[in-house]
Design a binder for this molecule. Structure first.
Ligand code: ATP
Length: 234
């Protein structure tokens, strides 16, 4: 579904991605792991079109999409929930959801907002509340719900569990599993390596702009290199 070939992305002179090769297969959950600063967010931003790679190609559904803008990629079916969620705190929950469907004019949008709110009952309950007054977990749910309204084929989630209490983290991981079971392919960046590998089919591990290990999630969970570096203390 998604294929990155030898992708190199820079911030000015600083090379953040040093030739990334990665594949995401339709219907799966793929996780991208690695320490702070490894280049995970840069990879996500490059896929979503927020950054343009200097070298290499990104293909989506068999088409080269390397130089497309974020809005064009959203129309093709790639939605990003960025690190830090980026919800609009001084707009209501409902307004935030409406923003998620801004590029669609069809009448179905209203019904879909209703449908998404069924999936996240807390958002329905709080629909008139300012988004900034929600708890961290609820804000994350709102960010995910908003992304779902673009009807993505591929959902990019950048550290959705960041800053959340363990019980809420479990909720978020369950939601990710449900979204995937309902047919959306997921690429998940996580610091919670163990939990991410438990729900993922396949994993990539990054270090200083490169993929250093990849494999089936079940194998990575017991891979001594991964256990020692990322799973040991959790
Ligand atoms: P984190 O979990 O901390 O977000 P990450 O794996 O997502 O880590 P990136 O944010 O992709 O890492 O950063 C990769 C590298 O690019 C780091 O060395 C970082 O310092 C650098 N970098 C990130 N954003 C910028 C920027 N806007 N300008 C310059 N350098 C940047």
């Amino acid at each position: 579904m998604l294929k990155l070939s030898n992708v190199e992305t820079y911030y000015g002179q600083i090379q953040a991605l040093k030739g990334i090769d990665m594949e995401v297969q339709e219907g799966k959950i793929i996780t991208l792991l690695g320490a702070n600063g490894a280049g995970k967010s840069t990879t996500m931003k490059t896929i979503a079109g927020l950054l343009n790679p200097k070298k290499g190609t990104v293909e989506f559904l068999g088409e080269k999409v390397t130089a497309l803008r974020p809005d064009q990629l959203l129309r093709k079916g790639i939605a990003l929930v960025p690190e830090g969620r980026a919800i609009l705190s001084s707009m209501t929950v409902l307004e935030n959801l409406e923003m998620g469907a801004y590029h669609r004019k069809d009448k179905a949008v209203k019904a879909e907002i209703e449908e998404v709110m069924q999936r996240f009952p807390i958002l329905k309950e709080r629909q008139s509340q300012m988004a900034g007054t929600l708890s961290g977990g609820q804000q994350q749910m709102l960010a995910i719900a908003r992304a779902l309204l673009s009807k993505p084929k591929l959902l990019l989630l950048d550290e959705p569990s960041m800053g959340l209490a363990p019980l809420i983290v479990a909720d978020i991981f369950n939601i990710i599993k449900e979204i995937n079971s309902a047919g959306t392919t997921v690429l998940l960046v996580e610091q919670n390596a163990k939990q991410a590998l438990k729900i993922a089919d396949y994993g990539y591990v990054m270090e200083t702009g490169k993929i250093i290990v990849e494999g089936n999630a079940a194998d990575l969970l017991t891979d001594p290199r991964i256990v020692e570096a990322y799973l040991g203390r959790k």
